[in-house]
Design a protein around this ligand. Structure first.
Ligand code: NAD
Length: 250
């Protein structure tokens, strides 16, 4: 009997898959039987991730999601190598250092939008072009799409934009039997939050307000990736799933 979350024979791309939440999602997809290609800007990080997870059998591709041509070529190559495409996780993202409104430069604002919003758009658009019927696109937004993000203007704007893209694409792509759903992480222990993890004031002020009383771990996102990718979620599209240890409701 096949398992309800079985992904055997499915082919996946995870953007920003060399580290953090993306890598943990990629590991879970591979554990469930999928063939997974990791995308990232730095080939050495991708090689490291593949070597450290030999059992997962990751393929890797150096692709900058902010570059539409690289994304288009990347999906063509990924589909050729894996024999098709069923699952895409639009996870790649960056954050800018905290800045007051008056101090944000146009260049910094654009830099974050280029990766987090333009990158998510190119990823969804080109994935849909090559994806099989029954495919699943998972976007990684943030609680920053709901909560105010003072001093992180571009990040909040980009992650709200990802929700808008997710919903719009979910409606249009439903005709092609492709689902699009967003995951919204809370405070997760990854490279992106290293500064906050090492900041005593932050740890004393914020983490005690998380009902689960701890930082989230990348591994906390494996289950949602497998579920949303699987046929168990066949009737789920356009949704936003918060995974934050209860932070946003407390
Ligand atoms: P991370 O820094 O480990 O992961 C981000 C990955 O994206 C890295 O591997 C990086 O190399 C890659 N990347 C960056 N720019 C890229 C580009 N132009 N093209 C391709 N890859 C690129 O941090 P993470 O926390 O695992 O972040 C993963 C996602 O989760 C991001 O979208 C982030 O905004 C989101 N998120 C994280 C948190 C958190 O607390 N860590 C909270 C909410 C949302």
């Amino acid at each position: 009997m096949t398992h309800i979350f079985d992904l055997t024979g499915k082919r996946a791309v995870v953007t920003g898959g060399g580290t953090g939440i993306g890598l943990a999602m990629a590991q879970a997809l591979a554990d469930a039987g999928a063939t997974v290609t990791l995308w990232g800007r730095r080939q050495e990080k991708l090689d490291e991730a593949a070597a450290a997870n030999e059992k997962a059998g990751f393929l890797t591709q150096q692709v900058d999601v902010a570059d539409p041509q690289q994304v288009t070529d990347g999906f063509a190559e990924a589909a050729k190598r894996m024999g098709g495409l069923d699952i895409v996780v639009a996870n790649a993202g960056i954050s800018a250092g905290p800045k007051k409104l008056a101090e944000v430069t146009p260049e910094e604002f654009r830099r974050v939008l280029a990766v987090n919003l333009d990158g998510a758009f190119f990823t969804i658009q080109q994935a849909a072009n090559v994806m099989s019927e029954g495919g699943s696109i998972i976007t990684v937004s943030s609680l920053a799409s709901i909560d105010a993000t003072p001093r992180n203007y571009a990040y909040g704007a980009s992650k709200s934009g990802v929700i808008a893209l997710t919903k719009a694409a979910a409606v249009e792509l439903a005709r092609k039997q492709i689902r699009v759903n967003a995951v919204l992480p809370g405070w997760i222990r990854t490279d992106m939050t290293e500064g906050s993890q090492n900041n005593e004031k932050f740890n004393n002020a914020v983490i005690p307000r998380v009902p689960a009383r701890r930082w989230g771990n990348p591994e906390d996102f494996g289950g949602i990736a497998v579920y949303l990718a699987s046929d168990a979620a066949a009737y789920q599209t356009g949704t936003s799933t918060v995974i934050d240890g209860g932070y946003s409701i407390f």
